[in-house]
Design a protein around this ligand. Structure first.
Ligand code: PLP
Length: 455
């Protein structure tokens, strides 16, 4: 059946989805995906006409909002001119996208290898590090997400790894800094920083420095909690890597391209990795695109010998055209500056005020349009509102909280015991305040599950 618009109606969309779409990370029989009609700016609408303020930026990728007219026009224009061209050719939009990205990445990360998304970027960064060093092992943190392809999921720390962990991927996990739930019994940021660095160095020494190709970190850990590294940590990792001849990879797939109120999260810490992975915000996911920004030293390795990796759609013209338009629009409209101001003036102060009113909020952390509320049963013990990796009944408090947000017209980002506040970088002050008011109301639902409420 079709609706008045000539497109399939809601029942038809839902039926074909149920019959034929196999969804990510889900027990297929236990999900009921919302049928969505359209998006615009900071909002999207379901097929019943309900509007949602998108506090998730989908999967934290629509940094420029939904349907930015300049990006839509660039894709349309490119489609009319050249839809596809193999990666072996030099074409204008690919060259220009690479130039604009290299111009923004820190230090000497001047060469861009394009992929279709974040996981492939991570796969290739690790391959480059191994070829560069001739070593096999890669170190990553337990609190991390790096993607769902074979190497990337093994690098991932969170429980999504378990089902795919081959225990033979060459990955060694360690603990990064996180003062609120310190693994190092630290009481200050300085202690946490020093002890986390000592732990990393010890891990490298015990693994055998001559076996370690790379350390990969999310500059600010995203899905696993919006964890901001303490001052000095990333500089310390850089120094440890240099001392042991280890490649330093920063994964900026989620943190990059404006989310932190700077082009890259690395800019906040004045650190330059050897390789930087990106995706999501580079073109807000309008067409799949990711990549690796490569230092001069690593790129030089492949001046005279071939790089053994490639993808049919590497540097796809539609993806590159949308990246060029996105990066230009972000600069022309000061979208990165907007993210910084919204964080400093609205989200930061607003979330801290909300935290004072709600016993379920244990910690507020973040920057720009990249924030998390760590929800707890008790502020004293910091026991998470739901257990690690909870599902079903055990996850009820978070499910109730998420439903309360949706009922009130806010689409939240929820992971374990946290809600992340990750709207588009283009969000207006009024929209941000509207979203905070809805969060404030929905947190009363979470409060009912705290020790303070007798739960
Ligand atoms: N790295 C980080 C930090 C991410 O947040 C993600 C996705 O959320 C990925 C890698 C994987 O990206 P993709 O889903 O595009 O493969």
């Amino acid at each position: 059946m079709t609706s008045e618009s000539g497109r399939p109606d809601k029942a038809t969309v839902k039926a074909a989805d149920r019959a034929h779409v196999f969804h990510s990370w889900s027990a297929q029989g236990q999900i009921d995906p919302l049928a969505v009609d359209r998006g615009e700016g900071s909002h999207f609408w379901d097929m019943d006409g309900n509007r949602y303020l998108d506090f998730s930026s989908q999967l934290v990728n629509t940094n420029i909002g939904h349907q930015h007219p300049k990006v839509v026009a660039a894709i349309q224009e490119q489609a009319g001119r050249m839809c596809t061209m193999a990666p072996g050719f030099a074409i204008d939009v690919r060259s220009e996208a690479a130039r604009l990205i290299a111009e923004r990445t820190p230090g000497d990360l001047n060469r861009i290898f394009f992929t279709n998304g974040g996981a492939e970027a991570v796969e290739n960064a690790v391959r480059m590090a191994r070829l560069h060093t001739g070593r096999a092992k890669v170190l990553s943190t337990y609190r991390s997400y790096h993607g769902a392809t074979s190497q990337a999921i093994n690098l991932t720390g969170d429980p999504r790894r378990w089902a795919s962990d081959t225990a033979s991927s060459g990955v060694v996990h360690f603990f990064g800094p996180h003062l609120y739930r310190s693994h190092f019994y630290a009481e200050t940021e300085e202690q946490e920083c020093q002890r986390a660095l000592a732990h990393l160095e010890e891990t490298i020494v015990y693994e055998g420095p001559g076996t370690v190709a790379a350390v990969i970190l999310e500059t600010i850990v995203g899905t696993a909690g919006v964890l901001m590294p303490p001052a000095g940590y990333l500089a310390g990792v850089r120094e440890i890597c240099d001392r042991h001849g280890v490649v330093f990879i920063l994964d900026e797939v989620m943190a990059g391209f404006g989310r932190t109120g700077t082009w890259f999260a690395a800019d906040l810490y004045d650190v330059t990795p050897d390789l930087l992975t990106f995706a999501k915000g580079v073109n807000s996911g309008y067409v799949p695109l990711g990549g690796v920004a490569i230092s001069e030293a690593i790129a030089a390795q492949f001046e005279q010998r071939p790089y053994p990796g490639g993808l049919t759609y590497s540097g796809h013209p539609l993806a590159c055209a949308s990246a060029v338009a996105t990066l230009n629009a972000m600069a022309e409209e000061d979208i990165v500056g907007n993210a910084q101001r919204i964080g400093e003036r609205v989200l930061g102060p607003g979330l801290r005020q909300i935290a004072e009113r709600h016993p379920s909020v244990g910690e507020v952390r973040g920057v720009g349009v990249f924030w998390a509320l760590d929800l707890v049963r008790s502020r004293e013990t910091r026991e998470p509102l739901v257990p690690y990796n909870a599902s079903g009944d055990a996850n009820q408090p978070m499910a109730e909280f998420a439903n309360a947000c949706k009922q009130a017209g806010l689409w939240p980002f929820v992971n374990m015991n946290r809600t992340h506040v990750v709207p588009p970088c283009t969000i207006t002050e009024t929209e941000a305040k509207d979203g905070l008011a809805i969060l404030d109301g929905a947190l009363s639902v979470a409060d009912r599950h705290t020790v303070a409420a007798g739960s």
